[in-house]
Design a binder for this molecule. Sequence first.
Ligand SMILES: *Cc1c(COP(=O)(O)O)cnc(C)c1O
Length: 431
Amino acid sequence: MSASNLEWFERAQSVIPGGVDSPVRSFRSVGGTPYTVASGSGAYVTDVEGTTYIDYVQSYGASILGHAEPRVVQAIAHAAQLGTTFGAPTPGEVLLAEEMVQRVSGLEQVRLVSSGTEAVMSAVRLARGATGRSTIVKFDGCYHGHSDALLVAAGSGVAQMGLAGSAGVTSGAVANTRVAPYNVVPTLDSSIAAVLVEPVAANMNLVAPGEGFLSALRAECDRVGALLIFDEVITGFRLARGGAEEFFGVTPDLWCFGKVIGGGLPVGAFGGSRELLSHLAPNGPVYQAGTLSGNPLATAAGLSVLAALDTAQYNELSATVSNFATQLADAISSSGLVALTPHVGPLMGLYLSLEPVAAPKNFLEATSLCENSLYRPFFHAMLRRGVALAPGAYEILFVSLAHSTNDLERTLDVAAEAALEVVSSSVGAPT
Ligand SMILES: *Cc1c(COP(=O)(O)O)cnc(C)c1O
């Protein structure tokens, strides 16, 4: 393990396309040599050269307690000793499903899968199967995983790579997907099976839902008999104990989960009412399956994370992020650079600008800020000083429960210095 970041990156590039197993991890949009992580602990990651960073990537939201949290590590180790996969039901999946159903009001059943992509793909199939309708509406800049039908006008890595969708996705695969601008309620008709939405858009940097947007969407779905699907892969069990529904007071028909509920292992889930889920195989005609679905290690990890999270922890994290967001904007602004740090509960974004600007309400507005080329030098100025942000302007910051006041204060100092460096090096430089 004594090889350098550069050596690991070169070896990775030779056997893994781009050196990464998911393009959001690539440094392509920020340039430079990526750090290869050797270990993580709480708020920190340490690379193969022994450099430790305060980590705001936190596996893009899969980690909420911080890395290698002792209770989670112990739960996984215990589960591993009992066997890792059987192809038969296990208590862990029942316990995790019970815990989820107990937390989210209106959620009566869940089916566990192995990723957020699978969760959303399956929920969409179920919505089409249950309604007998074909068309899905999604919002520009919302990311719902990499399944063909949803890889159109998606945010996150897709936006970072500058791709409108993806090569290899046929026009047939997206023919029944309609794209609407975020924060505007589309007029639906009776051909619509479902409307799929990130209750807080967190893959085009952060775009908050406007006042009344989600409830108006609920009403429009009801008017035409379309299902409302909340993609809570990021917001679920992070925004609040009961997720976006509890936070906004709007109830969807179907929920998709991932990230937090896996405790750092591969898990996704989708669910809704018993009536809707009765359409799924083996009870109904909508097929969906997975060899490793409800895996015992993953359910043990997820259960140990949920056991550590109650209303008090969500309140604490929300309060921490609210203060931190304000202070981070101030710290950066002291340099003359303008920083926007929109935040919703424990979720926060970061946009940099040369002029005062309002918080983006949709993908178009988010894109104009994310593409202004200020993020790249800021990212590197932070990284050089020991703070790891995501290597792309379309991602949000993940503050975990392990980030201490000290970590956050250190981040503010570093951000002020980094912003000054960006400002002084961009003076006179063409934009
Ligand atoms: C990450 C994400 C997904 C995809 O989850 P994977 O586990 O990466 O497949 C889907 N929807 C949203 C909102 C996400 O943030």
